[in-house]
Every structure is written in structure tokens, then in C-alpha cells.
Design a protein around this ligand. Sequence first.
Ligand code: FAD
Length: 465
Amino acid sequence: MPGPRIAVVGGGISGLTAAFRLGTQLPGAEVVVLEGWRAVGGKLRLGTVAGLSVDVGAEAMLARRPEGVGLVHELGCSDAMIAPLTTSAQVRAGGATHPLPARTMLGIPADLDAVRASGVLSEHALDRVAAEPGADPLQPLEDDVAVGMLVRSRLGEEVADRLVEPLLGGVYAGRADDLSLCATMPALARRLAAGGGSLIRAAQEVTDVGAHDPAAGPVFASLAGGLGSLPGALTARGRFTVRTSTTVRAIRRTPTGFVLYCGPVPAPELVEAEAVIVATPAAKAALLLRDVAPAAATALRAIDSASMAITTLAYRDVSLPGGSGLLIGANEGFGVKAVTLSTQKWPLATDGLTLLRASVGRAGENHLLQRDDDELIALVRHELRTLIGVAAEPVDALVTRWGGGLPQYAVGHVGRVARVRAAVGAVPGLGVCGAAYDGVGIPACIASAQAAADQVIASLRTGAE
Ligand SMILES: Cc1cc2nc3c(=O)[nH]c(=O)nc-3n(C[C@H](O)[C@H](O)[C@H](O)COP(=O)(O)OP(=O)(O)OC[C@H]3O[C@@H](n4cnc5c(N)ncnc54)[C@H](O)[C@@H]3O)c2cc1C
């Protein structure tokens, strides 16, 4: 008896991980990944700058969550894993550059001495932060709130603008006043729902977990050869096939499963499958699920995204400030929101070249991206003079654009995701995974993919019985 045919739509880290899991757990299954672009990987991508192969999408993954490093081990790539050379970073806030204080929960201070030493907050703001645990207790959190609203009301504008905004801008390309506390800081939200009483104390409790464990290892990891080599390792070792340049335009149900309409609208190619996992960004998933799970499509349509561009620059002789990079506050008057000093952050073989990358574009800043590549490079170079004192001419520069690159977890996101999952779960053989759901970071995407694969396997087994 041939095994079931399972189609995975989207060949980013989520779709590839789901396909890898399906191939491993169901050796008889015929698993196919249908990817619209000419290559798999999605936001994990390598580009060439000054003849060097570098990450032009995601470049680091959280190593304190098990899923990312676990997958690397499972793929037999443990030897390629690298740790950052330094974790000290800086933040541009209040018109000056300061060390980024250690131990914050996405900018919410957990170590008052570290914040004081960094000089990022005024004395007045520091006094307010210090007084918060003794202030009127915070009522148990009943509903989701915007991170900015909560932080501003408990800790003041400076903490929100100078610490939380730069960190949320770096991770989500989003704004503190729009992003959901429950979705971006779930552990903190759980503590506050249980009646934590103080935002500072809750941040201390959350950041305390594992902080003193000497065996915990580095917080972040990457791969020699770039994180962009992970998709290749998945396709090389997985028991599934990949079809690139194959955009799926619609999914319909059939008596035995699903039919996927691929390729050009006038001449679609039909792919039949007993099960389907949709692993695309939210807007595309909404289109694809419109017929098979309309309630999921409605909830997905409400998830917005932010676009950005990564400019990678290579220099022959240049001197940089110390540390791994710089985050820039949203109200500081710069287009650049983050700078990574790649050759200082990672042990890269660069033939003496210095590499750095600058990220432009937060939610609502599309106007910044409406420039051609040369104009964008000129903007970045102009701002790098002020931000890190680099005026030198790069030997090469590459712009990589990520339209709709990061989903925005607005207030109510967790509820929206629950509605998507309920609607999808009601359709036997259907699954969803990806950055739109439980976290944008690579380990969270991997976790969502593994869960989707397990759900589809369980559904197929139930159907077979
Ligand atoms: C510039 C940038 C830097 C980042 N840096 C980091 C980082 O350092 N660390 C970290 O943890 N996270 C980082 N992230 C976030 C993380 O990389 C992403 O959230 C994650 O890679 C998303 O993976 P995914 O598989 O869910 O989606 P994607 O990578 O978006 O993959 C979805 C795939 O689906 C395909 N597709 C879409 N529609 C269709 C269709 N109709 N038919 C067929 N295929 C389709 C797309 O072409 C794409 O390949 C970064 C994100 C960006 C944009």
C-alpha cells in the first residue's frame, strides 16, 4: 500500500521543518514541498557581498529554546554551530549612544543597576523605575494590552521610548504601542495575569529563569556558512521532494482530501494530496484557506506585516566601535533601526574584510523603502557616519528587500491564532505553521511546524482507523 500524499505549501524554515518531520515520522508517505520562489529557505537566505557568502535574512537563532539547536543536532550539523564572539550591544536613545543594559525583558528592566550604569535613562526615569515595585499594585491582567500602553503607564515614557521601542523594533520591526503583550512577551503576561502586582518584579522573575545556570550556554547560535545553509541541510537530509517556482493559488477539498491549484491562473496544474500544511505568511495563508477553512482565513487577514530592507556592506579598512551592534529608537530621527557588526559578532572567514549590515523599515515606514538600491545604500551610509562613525567607502554593498517580512502581533493576536487553529483543526488533514502564529523567531517557527506535522499525522491515523 502506498503511503499518503502530503503537500506542504511554502518552503521557508517552517514548511521545510514540517516536511522533514513528516518524512521522518511517516516513512511511507510521499511528501512534497511546493515553493513559489526559485529557491527554498524563505527568510533564511544567503547572498554574495564582495565575493563572500553571507546571511541576508535571519542571521541568529535563540539557543535557549530547544527547537532550533535540536533541529541542527538532528540534521547532524552540530559541528557547524557557532556562538557569538560578543553579546555586548549598544542602543541609540535620547539623542546619544549607550551600552544596551543587560537583563531586560525586551527592554523592560530587570536589573536596575545595569540600567543605571548604561546611562540610557535620566535620573527621574530611574527613580520611577525603582519605585514601581512599591507603587499601587498592578491589577491582574485580564485582557491583552499593547506593550507600550502598559510600560508607559507603569514605568514612564523613557523606558518605553529608549528601551522597549528599540528592542521591539529589532525583533518585530513593530511599535510598542501596537504590539500585543500576550503575544510578544507571553511568560511576562502569564505572570501578570496571575496577579504579579509589579511589572519590574515580573520581568525579574521571567529573566531569572535559567539566568544563573552555568550549563545554559550562549543565548544565540548560528551556523558556519550562515543560517541560510539550514534550508539546504533540511532538503538534503529530509525524506521529501521540493518543487520550486510553484506558487499554489487555491486549495479545495475533494472526497479523499485536497486539490491544490498551482502555476499560472490560465493553465493551473492540479496537485492532489490527502493532507496539506500551509506554511506561508499570513496574507498568503488567508488566500489559500478561503475555501477550506473560511473562519481561519478571516482571522489571518487581520494579521498585518512590516516590510524591511537589509543592506550588507563590506569594507577593506575601517574601524568600528566595539560590540555586536546597535539598536536605534523609533523617535531618534534615523531610517536605520538596527546595525549588526557581523565580523565582530560572529567568527566569520572574510579574507580581512569587515562586514556589517543595517536594517531599515519598521511597521508604518514603507516610505523609507520606496527608494532604489543606490538611494537606500546612500541613506544607510549617511546615517552610519552619525550612528557608528563610519564614513569609509565600502568595497561592496547589497540591498535585500523583505516585503511584508515580519508579521505584526497586534493586541488580540493570541485570540486570532486560537480562531485560526480551531477552524483549521476542524478540517481533517489540514495544518498551518509559520511565523504568523506563536513567535517570529526561528525556534518558534520550528516548534509550530513540528506541531502542525504531528497534528496532520494524528489526523491521518484517525482517518485510516
Ligand atoms: C530580514 C529578517 C531578519 C530576520 N532575522 C532573524 C534572526 O536573526 N533570528 C530569528 O530567529 N528570526 C529572524 N527573522 C524572523 C524569521 O527569519 C522568520 O520569522 C522565519 O524565517 C519565517 O519562516 P517561515 O517559514 O514561517 O516563513 P517564510 O520564511 O516567509 O517562508 C514562507 C515561504 O512560503 C513561500 N510562499 C508564499 N506564498 C506561497 C504560495 N502561494 N505558494 C507557494 N509558496 C509560497 C515563500 O516564497 C516563502 O519561501 C528575520 C526576519 C527577517 C525578514
